[in-house]
Design a protein around this ligand. Structure first.
Ligand SMILES: Nc1ncnc2c1ncn2[C@@H]1O[C@H](COP(=O)(O)OP(=O)(O)OP(=O)(O)O)[C@@H](O)[C@H]1O
Length: 699
């Protein structure tokens, strides 16, 4: 029976073809099961370097380029292009089998040859080498062959490598990029090894190579499968996972697992598949909790689970709710309905306490001290407070000051009790206490997305909600996207992940240009990764290329809004649907202003603080609310010196230098989150002087 493979890279292009051409592509290949390709009629291409590359007629103008090995019955569809372009494309390419992974790879052999003399000339002028620290033996072990090795040895900077991306065979490019971005050969090997089956590879056996090429090729098992793939060319995550995603989502583990990875590397996708895997093996309803920290994210997880899981019985076993909802339910079941203080009411309560006790600290300082020292360390009395570590707090306090603070905190808690009111934190603390005493836990498995933003009280609750057992907790997190100042150590919270960590590095969302630019915003920041270790973005990369981010200065707020309306119109005119456009602002009032400007200009816009992203409407939101979402085009507005970092969110250095630096880091992370929501277009604007976070030049 013939095997048909579709190059994943082609699928993205397929999604952009006209509907009529897409239909013809489907019709051409839907017959593959009944006819061998000899029957479908492959045409020879003249002057081709690799005679296994043939053309197939799609319609009068369009041709497919197919890799059709001389023996066997396997075929790989590589491209669909207008006739002449398809021929030119094929004439420059050749196929091979990677030595390390055994997977199929396509290279632009003609361009590599064309590029070599210039690179050699430049290399002769300097002793600098991009991969000078890596030995030939390591490169070969990672699958680099003779031609690519010679090429790699001439490289003197990262840009030369990046511009060669479309020429080099993908697995070899990935390995070189990982090394160039600072990964060790061992780390690169760990990634490569995930895709390798032990044994020798026959370089001529294309059928076996296709089966091994899960990263590059989607294998089609029949017309139904083909229809499914062509119907969701952008939703491949439902069916085909990166090997690391697959290993973590479909493996069995003897305890909690942590998956880290930069933005867009498929952590949420891993969460969704994990929930499906666990629910399929579970027997009772609502036994798998899928959770995160906000309402918008929770509803987005719920929608995606409905896309992934078709069986209603399996869906019923999954309970999607955010951590505060879980806590609320536990506490309300015990005590009846509870009432939570709003942020404003909390501030007023602190101020009242300051008035009655006469302490000389601000309400913000006391609230932080309570959360980050008292609650984080489960302090219950003054002696405990004296002994507690003050992680992330820089201001030194003497015994007398601590006495004052403790008096204020005790008065605040008395006031909560007197009013019979709660805060989100106290609900979590109480829920964790109630659950810790129970042997029958509410869940068999807990799956957490965006774990970097849960506070210690949230983690204690989740730990108490599931018994310590195999596959108890599955956690994804990216500390670079931490937008609330919670610094936790999972180890200290009783969540032991030693030996059960994985890192995702391939970004599926954002173009390399947007990702690289956004990573630049965080350069030099040391960011801890939930477990007393540092997180890293080394190796985080994207294979898709596009425009560089656009920086748009304005003289006034009015001018900034006018330019925004103009650029958004341009995106819509280019065919980007309104619901694929996101506008992010640092503050609520900036978001409101943008929403009004767009609406007044007749463009459909919705503020997603009030409702979910809506079909047919542009989403406008604060950067916080953008978390976890993605859009084809994103405008980040209001990036003036006075708004970003947002002064109210930054503790003055004079009050607490450590908190000051952490607050600045958090503001940078927030901008990073907003920028990495963009798939293809990113535009940043400000009025007057630009934020110090932005590069000084626009190039
Ligand atoms: N294996 C895959 N194949 C194709 N696309 C994928 C794959 N995994 C994820 N994606 C796509 O990549 C994009 C980002 O995925 P996802 O939201 O899971 O990333 P993330 O790491 O959770 O991102 P963030 O931390 O920035 O919110 C989504 O559009 C998703 O559909």
């Amino acid at each position: 029976m013939p095997t048909l493979g579709i190059a994943r890279e082609f699928l993205r292009e397929f999604g952009k073809l006209q509907r009529s051409v897409q239909d013809r592509v489907y019709e051409t290949f839907a017959k593959f099961e009944e006819a061998t390709f000899a029957g479908i009629h492959l045409e020879l291409i003249r002057n081709v370097r690799d005679s296994r590359l043939k053309s197939i007629r799609i319609d009068q103008f369009w041709r497919g380029v197919v890799l059709a090995p001389t023996s066997g019955d396997s075929y790989l569809l590589l491209r669909v292009l207008p006739h002449d372009e398809a021929y030119r494309w094929a004439q420059r390419k050749s196929a091979s089998v990677n030595r390390a992974t055994g997977s199929i790879e396509i290279r632009d052999v003609a361009s590599i040859e064309d590029r070599m003399p210039r690179l050699e000339e430049r290399a002769a002028a300097t002793s600098e080498r991009l991969l000078g620290a890596v030995s030939d033996a390591d490169l070969r072990r990672l699958g680099i062959d003779d031609q690519v090795l010679a090429f790699a040895r001439t490289l003197t900077d990262l840009e030369q490598l990046e511009t060669a991306r479309t020429m080099l065979p993908e697995p070899q490019y990935d390995a070189l990029l990982g090394l160039a971005l600072g990964m060790s050969p061992e780390d690169v090997w760990t990634e490569v090894a995930d895709t390798v089956e032990p044994g020798e590879f026959d370089p001529d056996d294309v059928t076996a190579a296709l089966a091994r090429s899960t990263k590059q090729v989607v294998l089609v098992s029949g017309p139904g499968d083909l229809m499914e793939i062509f119907s969701y060319p952008f939703d491949l995550w439902r069916v085909y996972l990166h090997p690391v995603q697959h290993r973590v989502a479909y493996g069995s583990f003897s305890g909690p697992v942590r998956v880290t990875g930069g933005p867009g590397t498929g952590k949420t996708v891993a969460v969704l598949h994990r929930a499906k895997y666990l629910a399929e093996r579970s027997t009772s309803d609502r036994s798998v909790l899928v959770t995160t920290f906000t309402k918008t994210l929770t509803s987005s997880l719920e929608n995606q689970l409905h896309t992934l899981v078709e069986d209603d019985d399996v869906l019923r076993r999954i309970d999607v709710r955010h951590v505060d909802q879980v806590a609320n339910q536990v506490v309300a079941t015990e005590y009846g309905r509870i009432s939570i203080l709003s942020a404003d009411e909390q501030r007023q309560t602190w101020r009242k306490v300051i008035g009655s006790t006469g302490v000389k600290f601000s309400d913000a300082f006391l609230a932080q001290e309570w959360r980050e020292v008292v609650l984080a360390n489960e302090v219950v009395d003054f002696d405990g407070y004296l002994a507690a570590p003050r992680r992330g707090r820089g201001r030194q306090l003497g015994q007398r000051q601590k006495e004052q603070i403790w008096t204020a905190i005790a008065a605040f808690l008395d006031e909560l009790r007197r009013l019979d009111r709660w805060t989100y934190e106290t609900v979590c603390v109480e829920a964790a206490r109630l659950l810790a005493d129970r042997t029958a836990k509410p869940y068999q498995h807990v799956v957490v997305d965006e774990g970097q933003d849960l506070g210690p009280w949230g983690w204690r609750l989740l730990r108490a909600a599931v018994a310590e057992s195999d596959n108890d907790l599955f956690i994804t997190a990216d500390a670079h996207q931490r937008i609330y100042n919670h610094r936790v150590s999972l180890k200290q919270l009783g969540i032991k992940i030693a030996g059960r960590s994985a890192r995702l590095t391939l970004n599926y969302r954002t173009t390399a240009e947007i990702l690289g630019w956004s990573i630049g915003l965080l350069r030099g920041e040391e960011i801890d990764a939930l477990n007393d270790d540092l997180d890293t973005l080394a190796g985080c990369r994207s294979d898709v290329h596009g425009d560089r981010p656009l920086l748009r200065p304005s003289m006034s707020a009015r001018e900034e809004m006018q330019a925004l309306v103009k650029d958004v119109r341009g995106w819509l005119a280019d065919g980007i649907e309104p619901d694929q456009v996101g506008i992010a602002a640092r503050t609520w009032s900036q978001a409101e202003a943008a929403s009004s400007a767009l609406t007044n200009a007749g463009l459909p816009a919705t503020s997603i603080a009030r409702s979910k992203p809506t079909a047919g409407r542009i989403s406008v939101a604060t950067m916080h609310a953008m978390k976890g979402l993605e859009f084809r085009a994103v405008a980040v507005i209001g990036l003036s010196k006075d708004s970003m970092p947002f002064p109210k969110a930054v503790t003055p250095a004079s009050e607490d230098p450590i908190a000051h630096n952490l607050d600045l880091q958090q503001e940078r992370c927030l901008l990073f989150v907003a920028c990495t929501r963009a798939r293809e277009k990113l535009r940043l604007s400000w009025q007057g002087t630009r934020s110090s976070f932005l590069p000084r030049t626009d190039g």
